[in-house]
Structures are given as C-alpha cells and as structure tokens.
Design a protein. Structure first.
Length: 228
C-alpha cells in the first residue's frame, strides 16, 4: 500500500514542479483546473510569494503521504491481549475477523466475561452452574443445577441481589460431587417444598453439591475506560 501511495504522491509532485516551471515564464497557473479563473505569477510576483507557494505545496504533500501510508495507528487497530486474558476472535472462512465479547483466561483455561465479584470489583468471571435448589428439607444445603448436555462447568455461583446503589455481586464455589438424593427442595427454611430428582433428570438436568468458596482474587480484575 505504501509503494502505491508513493507513486500517486510522486505524480502529484511532478505536476507541482511543472506548474512552478511554467510560472517562471510569466504565464498563468490555473486554479482548480479552470483556465478561466487563473492567477498571474509573473516576473512581478517573484520572490516571497512563489517561495511561500512551494513551501505550502511541500507541507500538503507531506500531510497526504502521512494519511495514505498510516491511516490507522497500530495501537488502536485491534483489541489487545494481556499476560493472562487473551482476546478471542470469530474468523470467517472468507478471511473476515471479529473480536468476541469475552476473554480467554489462559491460567484457568476458561472463557470469561465481565461481572461483579463478591468483593465488589469487576472481574473476568468464567461460566458456571447456577445455585437454585437445596438438598435437605430445611432448605439450607445449596445445590447447583447443571445442564446435562455440553461440558460440565468447574464452578457454581450464587448472586446477592442488586440494590439501588450496588450491582449484584457473585460468589463462586468449586463444583462439588453429583447429588445422590432422591428429593431436592426449593423455598426458604420457613417454607421448604420437596420435588423428586427424577423430574429433573428426565429433562436432562443434574444436581451437584457445592465445594469450597473460590476467592474473588482468583479472577482478573477489570476496569472500564473510555478513549479521549
């Protein structure tokens, strides 16, 4: 692309040089390609006026060259990967390329997305199973619901509801072992209702216990910035 731009700009410089030569004979130099609207640059206009015109032409050519050969600064051309979070792309068979919405956490081996962690910090959080039921009749032992198809996630999460001044905060747990009870429960300790587990498994779901809580600092912190 730069070579082609040099050819174009070189042609322009030749035109400017020819115009300057014709001006030295006391002729007229057309303005905007219209011979009827011309400016005299004769012997009476020698000196500062002609030198200023040459200087302006050189400055204009330099500006055109910069714009043609470096139209987009490299730093803003593509999203930037970090030491741990890597940008992922959709790649079309026709050569097209577009950044995906999430990152790939190279340490955890997981795709992650911005979310508010349990410490209130925005972090890149991986996929997880939601905690939606309980394994005991008192509704105190939380269980994670996992979809039967696809890859079983490594984590389960519980979210604290958002308030007027705070985003919902998500606490992560390691996914435990498959739940082997025959009943699961929903509700509150004051009103806890049981349902046969077979009702879930028939629809392709399974239940898991929760492991240890995962520290929020396990996940990479993220901040939001805006280009000037």
């Amino acid at each position: 692309m730069k070579e082609a731009a040099k050819i174009v700009v070189g042609s322009c410089l030749v035109y400017v040089a020819m115009a300057a030569c014709s001006a030295s004979d006391g002729g007229f130099v057309p303005v905007d390609g219209n011979e009827g609207d011309a400016t005299a640059i004769g012997d009476d206009a020698q000196g500062g006026g002609r030198m200023s015109s040459d200087k302006d032409s050189g400055s204009m050519m330099s500006t055109i060259m910069d714009a043609l050969t470096d139209p987009v600064p490299a730093a803003k051309a593509d999203p930037v990967s970090g030491s741990r979070l890597k940008t992922q792309y959709w790649n079309g068979a026709d050569g097209s390329k577009q950044a995906m919405s999430g990152f790939y956490d190279s340490m955890l081996g997981e795709t992650c997305y911005p979310s508010t962690a349990s410490d209130g910090q925005m972090r890149c959080m991986p996929g997880m199973a939601g905690v939606s039921s309980f394994g005991d009749s008192g509704c105190t032992q939380s269980l994670a619901l996992v979809v039967g198809c696809g890859t079983t996630p490594k984590y389960a999460s519980q979210s604290v509801a958002a308030t007027a001044c705070n985003r919902p905060q998500t606490t992560y747990y390691a996914l435990g072992s498959p739940f082997n009870g025959s009943m699961y429960y929903s509700g509150t300790p004051a009103s806890c209702t049981g349902t046969p587990v077979s009702a879930l498994t028939a629809e392709g779901y399974s239940l898991y216990t929760l492991g240890a809580q995962v520290p929020a600092s396990t996940f990479v912190a993220i901040t939001v910035t805006t280009d000037p």
